[in-house]
Design a protein. Structure first.
Length: 406
């Protein structure tokens, strides 16, 4: 076995001497990589203890739905467990194409393209559509996968310009648009519902600005499909017009109960991206079970709109009650309810207080958010019972007072 201790190499030393996680583990506050032993939806078993899950993106509860499990089992029987190759070469199945047609219809765009993860969808699509000289204009709070798509684009083509505007601030966006020469290509990239803040992009104003300054809109609907809009079709439905965005992206790992992602847009745009996107061409395609599960999720979302309404009702209740108690939950309008704390120390303490009381939430610290903006991300599911929500709110109020957050 190689002896890594005696060999001197700055890369080895850097990792051998990195003790941040170890220190947190020994203080008993380490919150990451907690193995879930069982998941029954609104409850999970962690370290032999049952906790209420208030930190999952399984918004509609479909990841555990028996109907999705069954179609996934059937797809494994028909196609096996892996495609063993990329869509480009030997990994396209007829059900991938069927799924793409279903997604395009669902979203109201002519064509769609599936990727193996939501992360890859953003990295591969954002980087595929820009060329040297183009301008990418990005919200400062966009998801890391959008930023990584931009970094990849700029790594391949150093002549791409990046501009970042203040979070969901359309005046700041306009200030940037005004400075870019009219004849230079511009793309505005944004989350539809922001993953940490839970607020909704001002899409109608963004569209007006995009039209005025000749820009293209790329909209990430990861946390909005299945969550906002009367039938769960996301921000474009919420604002009443499917053409408010030029490309819509979404992941399968949240409301759609699976793993993977897609983009939807015009036929020519999708064909262009399909032949240029490195994360699509050089990575194996969505496994058959996961493709089949998404199709069943779409069917259920259309047949059972009451799930979406229940989720929205829970989001409103939690938001209203948390504000009433005096928590800082920012501008959320959705079932993503951040508890803004600021410093890491009280964030860990409140995480542990929730955990010990039997509630699982997500601590979010730098680099996921800017320094001094640490928060606990709580998120809710259509499958939560009223008693779960009451338990969450009682725990938040009691522990929030004890730790001095309210
Ligand atoms: N976009 C947003 C806004 C997200 O929140 C996420 C996941 N947290 C992704 C993209 C990536 O999706 P996935 O986890 O399915 O790869």
């Amino acid at each position: 076995m190689a002896d890594t201790i005696t060999r001197t190499n700055p890369i080895i030393e850097r990792s051998e001497q990195w003790l941040d996680a170890e220190e947190l583990r020994s203080s008993g506050l380490y919150p990451f990589f907690k193995p879930i032993e069982r998941n029954v939806g609104s409850k999970v078993i962690i370290a032999g203890r049952e906790l209420m899950m208030a930190g999952s993106n399984n918004y509609l509860g479909l990841a555990l739905d028996e109907r999705l499990r069954q179609v996934a089992r059937d797809a494994i029987s028909d196609y096996g467990t892996s495609c063993s190759g990329s869509r480009f070469m030997n990994g396209t199945l007829d059900i991938h194409e069927e799924l793409e047609h279903r997604l395009a219809d669902f979203i109201g765009k002519p064509a769609a393209l599936c990727y193996t993860t939501g992360y890859q969808s953003n990295v591969g699509s954002v980087s595929a559509i820009v060329q040297p000289g183009d301008h990418i204009i990005s919200d400062k709070r966009n998801h890391a996968s959008i930023m990584d798509g931009i970094f990849m684009a700029r790594g391949m083509h150093p002549g791409i310009h990046l501009h970042r505007y203040k979070h969901n601030n359309m005046d700041d966006l306009e200030r940037i648009l005004m400075k870019i020469p009219r004849d230079e290509a511009k793309i505005i990239v944004t989350d539809a519902v922001f993953s940490m803040e839970g607020d909704i992009v001002d899409l109608p104003r963004m569209r007006e600005l995009a039209d005025e300054y000749g820009a293209f809109i790329y909209l990430d609907e990861a946390h909005s499909i299945g969550v906002i809009g009367d039938t769960g079709r996301g921000a474009t439905e919420y604002f009443g017009d499917p053409d408010l965005a030029d490309i819509i992206m979404c992941t399968f790992s949240k409301s759609l109960g699976s793993i993977g992602g897609f983009i939807a847009g015009s036929e020519r745009m999708i064909d262009y991206i399909k032949h240029r996107s490195r994360s699509l061409i050089f990575s194996a395609s969505v496994p058959p079970a996961n493709a089949a599960a998404v199709m069943e999720a779409l069917r259920i979302i259309e047949a059972e709109p009451q799930r979406i309404h229940r989720l929205q009702e829970i989001g409103e209740t939690v938001g209203r009650e948390m504000r009433r108690m005096g928590f800082d939950i920012g501008h959320t309008q959705t079932p993503i309810v951040p508890i803004n704390i600021g410093d890491n120390e009280r964030t860990w303490l409140m995480f542990k207080a929730f955990y010990d009381a039997g509630v699982y939430v997500n601590p979010v610290i730098t680099p996921a958010v800017p320094p001094g903006s640490a928060l606990l991300r709580t998120s809710f599911m259509a499958t939560h019972e009223d008693s779960d929500i009451e338990f969450f709110l009682e725990t938040a109020e009691r522990e929030g007072r004890r730790i001095g957050l309210i």
